[in-house]
Design a protein around this ligand. Structure first.
Ligand code: PGA
Length: 242
């Protein structure tokens, strides 16, 4: 079955590097999997206008809490939609940590993004202390219910969950695939109250070309959110094209 594979380039590439990686991916992708690339905002708007064949969908790494407002420096979900962007990552742990985003803000962002017609990739994850104290499920349940509170989902609204243990992000120490599968099952059960249709859950955190297939084989995982390993064309292509 086809999987969803998301490249999160964060703020790691120059504009030139983003454009050249995009060209290489558009030529090299040859897969039934649905590939979504999420460059920084400046590169994203340039890539949206590239004439190259788009063998992938475009995603943004964030969007604003309001549709249109005096919000200096923010980017509206509606403008992303106008540009041809299909997905937006919301609630990434780096934004929770460094930009001090809380569940309430994430909830507001989700509402606006869905209203704009974007598909939302909601990131959830426990940190190392929470994981070691076996609080993973409690943390996820609380992040999930706070983020999805009061949402009125339309028939065509789509929310995908990316489970990313914070300690696994960028550390080179991915979670075991079977454990991720078990948590994905828990997420699906917990989300039933809020989302009636079948939910897709992705795993993220130090995915690379050696472990990607182990995750993709798991019954409860419908794809991957890839950071570091999505920055090199060959490695990312080998994850996607397999
Ligand atoms: P990583 O990042 O693959 O480099 O661990 C994943 C993410 O932050 O989404």
């Amino acid at each position: 079955m086809s999987k969803i594979i998301i490249a999160n380039w964060k703020m790691k590439l120059s504009v030139k590097e983003s454009l050249s990686l995009t060209e290489r991916l558009s030529l090299g992708l040859n897969t039934k999997n649905q590939v979504i690339i999420c460059p920084d905002f400046i590169s994203l708007s340039l890539i949206a206008f590239l004439k190259t064949k788009k063998t992938f969908f475009l995603g943004a790494q964030d969007s604003a809490t309001l549709a249109k407002h005096s919000l200096t420096g923010e980017v509206s979900a509606f403008n992303l939609k106008e540009l041809g962007v299909s997905y937006v990552i919301l609630g990434h742990s780096e934004r929770r940590l460094y930009q001090k985003e809380d569940d309430k803000m994430i909830n507001e962002k989700i509402k606006v993004a869905l209203e704009a017609g974007l598909k939302v990739v909601l990131c959830l994850g426990d940190n190392k202390q929470e994981y070691q104290a076996k609080k993973t499920k409690a943390v996820i349940k609380s992040q999930l219910s706070n983020a999805l509170k009061g949402l009125k989902l339309k028939k065509d609204s789509e929310i995908i969950i990316a489970y990313e243990p914070v300690w696994a992000i960028g550390s080179g120490m991915a979670m075991g695939a079977e454990e991720a599968n078990e948590i994905a099952e828990f997420i699906k059960t917990s989300a039933k109250k809020f989302i009636k249709k079948p939910l897709k859950v992705l795993y993220g955190g130090s995915v690379d070309k050696n472990n990607a297939q182990l995750f993709l084989k798991q019954k409860n995982l419908q794809g991957l959110l890839v950071g570091g390993a999505s920055l090199k064309a060959e490695e990312f292509l080998s994850i996607c094209n397999n």
